[in-house]
Write a protein that binds this ligand. Structure first.
Ligand SMILES: [Zn+2]
Length: 311
């Protein structure tokens, strides 16, 4: 009798223990789930597929997404290669107003400031970037700016009376000499230009053909990259700038310019980013390291600047 009673007690205790353990496990799991990012994302309104995408992102991105209200554009924007977190609100506003523009384009336009019209809200160029300063239709140089290390270029490298910054000249000389070994002749046609020169050029266009034409074909004074002393328009001895693209010299530059620190500044089909029509002849010095990176990434200097130098 006594032994049967003991057995019953043991069974009851065992059952109670099992229930307690299972209960604890379930409770613990539920508690963990409610605290999980997965649950938080679900509550914000993300679906399973979106949640698994977000959970693979780095901590900073994940925490930002958790702190924001649901928006269908957030995840695709975050997945863009050149996404900049501090631009998120601008991306969202722009996408809202321009639904047909794809995410890649939204990120690019906002990063380089090309969501605005040329010259709309110009910023003074950050001169601390030295050889990597950005001068375009959104970033301008001071009126009196003139590099203090301009040198005269020799006639085997340039047409008469051309000046360029000394480091650029050294790089350009190497480039010209190497090209020469392959019987190619590259000559500097237009190099450093003063503010005053650009002012005259722009006003001449404006007076003759109107403001719109002038803005399409010449930079306003202060907005020309030629004022930096870092840009060179090239040609061969027989070509003009306009048919430079058809020359062997152009093909050679496509492959080798970066090895000397130069990039093609206004590539084909990038006018909406650079603000300039394709110019096969305009090369910008940025140093070998940066030129090589830009060459490999296949992006414009404006995009590179926004993502790698300004961010
Ligand atoms: Zn040029």
């Amino acid at each position: 009798m006594e032994r049967i009673k003991n057995k019953k007690v043991i069974i009851i205790i065992a059952v109670v223990l099992v229930v307690l353990i299972i209960g604890t496990i379930i409770g613990f799991k539920t508690y963990n789930y409610l605290k999980s990012n997965k649950y938080k994302l679900k509550k914000l309104g993300y679906n399973e597929k979106e949640i698994s995408t977000v959970l693979k992102m780095d901590k900073e991105k994940l925490e930002t997404i958790l702190s924001l209200e649901y928006n269908e554009h957030i995840i695709p924007l975050f997945q863009e290669k050149y996404f900049i977190l501090s631009n998120l609100n601008k991306y969202l506003n722009y996408k809202d107003k321009n639904k047909k523009v794809d995410y890649n384009e939204v990120v690019t336009l906002i990063n380089v400031g090309a969501d605005k019209d040329w010259y709309e809200e110009p910023i003074k160029t950050d001169m601390s970037k030295e050889y990597l300063i950005l001068v375009n239709k959104y970033n301008y140089l001071e009126e009196g700016y003139k590099p203090d290390d301009l040198v005269n270029m020799g006639l085997q490298f340039a047409f008469q009376g051309k000046q360029i910054r000394s480091e650029v000249y050294e790089a350009f000389k190497k480039l010209v000499k190497t090209a020469k070994l392959e019987n190619l002749t590259i000559v500097a046609n237009s190099t450093f230009r003063t503010y005053e020169y650009q002012n005259g050029l722009y006003n001449r266009y404006k007076n003759d053909y109107g403001k719109e034409y002038a803005d399409n074909y010449a930079a306003r004074p202060g907005y020309s990259e030629h004022q930096t002393g870092l840009s060179i328009d090239v040609s061969t001895l027989s070509s003009t700038m306009d048919n430079f693209e058809q020359t062997e010299e152009f093909n050679w530059l496509q492959e080798h310019a970066h090895e000397y620190g130069f990039i093609l500044r206004y590539p084909k089909d990038k006018e909406h980013i650079t603000g300039y029509k394709y110019e096969s002849w305009h090369y910008r010095y940025v140093g070998i390291e940066t030129a090589t990176k830009i060459h490999e990434l296949g992006i414009t200097f404006d995009e590179y600047y926004a993502y790698f130098l300004e961010k």
